[in-house]
Design a protein around this ligand. Sequence first.
Ligand SMILES: *Cc1c(COP(=O)(O)O)cnc(C)c1O
Length: 370
Amino acid sequence: MNGLQSITKTTLMGPGPSCVHPEVYKALAMPTIGHLDPRFINIMDEIKVMLRQVMGTKNEITLPMSGTGSAGMEAAFVNLVERGDKVLVLVNGVFGKRMAEVARRLGADVEECEFTWGTPVDPDRAAEKIREKKWQIVAIVHAETSTGVRNPVELIGPMVRESGALYIVDAVTSLGGIPVEVDAIGADLCYSGTQKCLSCPPGLAPLTIGERAIAKLKNRQTKVPNWYLDLSMIMDYWQGAKRAYHHTAPINMLYGLHAALSVLLDEGLPKAYERHRRMHEQLVKGLTSIGLELPVAEAYRLPMLNAVTVPEGVDEGAVRKALLETYDIEIGAGLGPLAGKIWRIGLMGYTAQEANVERVVRALQEILKR
Ligand SMILES: *Cc1c(COP(=O)(O)O)cnc(C)c1O
């Protein structure tokens, strides 16, 4: 078997995974130790402290769930939804749709309030919908990776709080690239993933849950219908003097996350956000100079995920193939209704560097000239 021998370095400039920081690779290769070893418990405790800083929260229960970002999404709904609950999802892309699907599978009474893909959730229309009935949960994606649009989670938060519903925010792509101030936004539960702006491979889903959501979890009429993601048990594994075994934490992935959070906090959150913004501006300038256009209005663009219009008559798949085969650069295709219409260029975490921006623009220019 020689599959591994084919692996060479690719510059990951798609919607995730993104480039991994060298410190994270080093951490991943460290010796595996026991998951109840005091040294490992110390690592778990340090991760919780760093995650609170990165997520902008004082929530005691702030921890990485085992699994990719989707495990964070699943955990959010499986813990907070009870059969028949009224759930409102503000949808403007693939990941909003997916939230609604997850909630429906749990027997929730789900309504999707949809906004045109490529535009943000409109706070006024959202407000009307939130006031329309008594919702148990309102959910939204902060950075909609399928379109490159930033949603106004900070404007929706107070409306949800006033309505008495719980507020779930997907911060998979935003965390580490733009501010995710969980407490300021008023999110009751917020989850993320390691493979986007945290410069870490896929495998963990940072999650934070506040008092109001914990109260709902504790007062459930029925057990959480998923054993592996049941936060009421996972909490006891991640806190207290005595740790109750639930499942074996993915030890080396947690080393990796520890290193990734350390790197991010050493750089400083404001500096990291500023770097993403600068690289985005440089990319926009470069793309514009070679005649490419970005479909999302400037005010709502995400710095870490850039939707680019595929020019008329260009075979978008062939361009991506040439980028990968000739230049070792991966970019993403459009999803759903945007398939074939856009490329998605990611500038996430360690990927967001000047040299990468220059390379992708030059490569696109050469390919499109042919
Ligand atoms: C990538 C992504 C997810 C899913 O994360 P995985 O790591 O692929 O499981 C969820 N929500 C958003 C907004 C994402 O970009």
